[in-house]
Design a protein around this ligand. Structure first.
Ligand code: 5AD
Ligand code: FES
Length: 351
């Protein structure tokens, strides 16, 4: 059977052509999906064993100058209650996280110009000074190249910037006023500067085709990022896509597994959006080749306001609760929590 041959080829070489990927997506049945997940798990185990790396997520501002059609904190959503954490409040989240054992903090926000390069540098320096053994990941969108450089020099070592979709026409429809080419350029610049870089995409966007998803996978193969974030589209009622259908757990799991096989050494989160669509969504992602989780360290009062999509999980939970909840979930799929920095293996000796 040619599907078996293609899956074997993918497992053995970590490569498939555009036509081969299309063939796989069009012909996957239940049996071959299980085989795909099995290969993805084995590939993950070869590089990272059964460890799941923990990242503490701090959502420090939901103010955003962008207007992405799918996103609940888009500038155009006048119903969103906006907030910003001060440097002090961000630092407090890190302190709580550090005490719980976290050694990576992901600082995420909308594209909020109040956080000038100087302010961001000051926040990074403050965290680095108190917690020199913790890694800082930024997820604050598109910035100028020299700002990216300044953040890196201040001590930020990782940057998450999903490419969102590799289809130029879909990208332009979903991101009014934004540049498809600049976003991709940013990813190359970040790599060039020396960050561990995370790209990724949304599965099940309105109008997205199998061909588009194959382009997402091929772009990842080409960029070869250190981290890959993949999650299902989930509608938010105060957005133009509020009445559209959500992506599916099944389609997203297939993309997670294919990303694992095409970029075998990447760090790949079981995303919160997966946990939102299905009670065991994150566990299923771990069983399809994921090996990172990002529990929330944001202040409980801020969580419901950082509503990218509806019904987001962990809204009412304290950080300590999420820490133990997630550990139980990880153990339920025979994996183990790793509270270390969880660097990409190419970066392990350097720092
Ligand atoms: N559904 C799924 N993912 C979303 N994101 C934003 N809005 C949605 C939504 N409605 C994702 C984007 C962004 C990340 C932080 O959250 O991919 O990069
Ligand atoms: Fe937050 Fe389970 S991880 S409640």
């Amino acid at each position: 059977n040619s599907l078996d041959l293609l899956l074997d080829k993918l497992y053995n070489t970590n490569e498939l052509s555009r036509d081969e990927l299309i063939y796989v997506l069009e012909n996957l049945d239940e049996e071959h999906t299980q085989k795909l997940f099995d290969y993805a798990r084995r590939t993950r185990d070869r590089y990272y064993g059964n460890k799941v790396y923990m990242r503490g997520l701090i959502e420090f501002s939901n103010i955003c100058r962008m207007n992405c059609l799918y996103c609940g904190i888009r500038a155009g959503n006048s119903k969103a209650e906006r907030y910003r954490l001060s440097e002090e409040e961000i630092f407090e989240c890190c302190r709580e996280g550090y005490a719980l054992g976290y050694r990576t903090f992901v600082l995420q926000s909308g594209e909020d110009p109040w956080y000038t390069a100087d302010r961001v540098v000051s926040i990074i320096a403050r965290i680095k000074k108190s917690f020199p053994d913790a890694a800082i990941t930024l997820s604050i969108g598109e910035r100028d190249d020299d700002e990216y450089r300044a953040f890196f020099e201040a001590g930020a070592e990782r940057y998450l910037l999903r490419h969102e979709t590799a289809s130029k026409s879909l990208y332009e429809r979903l991101h009014p006023g934004a540049s498809f080419d600049n976003r991709r350029r940013c990813l190359w610049v970040l790599k060039e500067i020396g960050y561990q870089v995370g790209a990724g995409f949304i599965v099940g966007l309105p109008g997205q085709t199998k061909q588009d998803l194959v382009e997402d996978l091929l772009f990842l193969k080409q960029l070869n990022p250190h981290m890959i974030g993949i999650g299902p589209f989930i509608p938010h009622k105060e957005t133009p896509l509020g009445k559209e259908k959500a992506g599916t757990v099944e389609d997203t799991l297939v993309m997670v597994a294919l990303a694992r096989l095409l970029v075998p050494d990447c760090l790949l989160p079981a995303t919160t959006a997966m946990g939102t669509l299905h009670p065991r969504g994150r566990e299923l992602a771990l069983m399809a080749g994921a090996n990172v989780v990002m529990p929330n360290l944001s202040p409980v009062w801020a969580r419901p306001k950082y509503e990218l999509y509806q019904n987001k999980i962990c809204i009412g939970e304290e950080a300590a609760h999420c820490r133990s909840c997630i550990e139980r979930r990880i153990n339920s799929v025979s994996m183990e929590v790793d509270m270390g920095r969880g660097d990409h293996y190419k970066f392990r000796q350097k720092r």
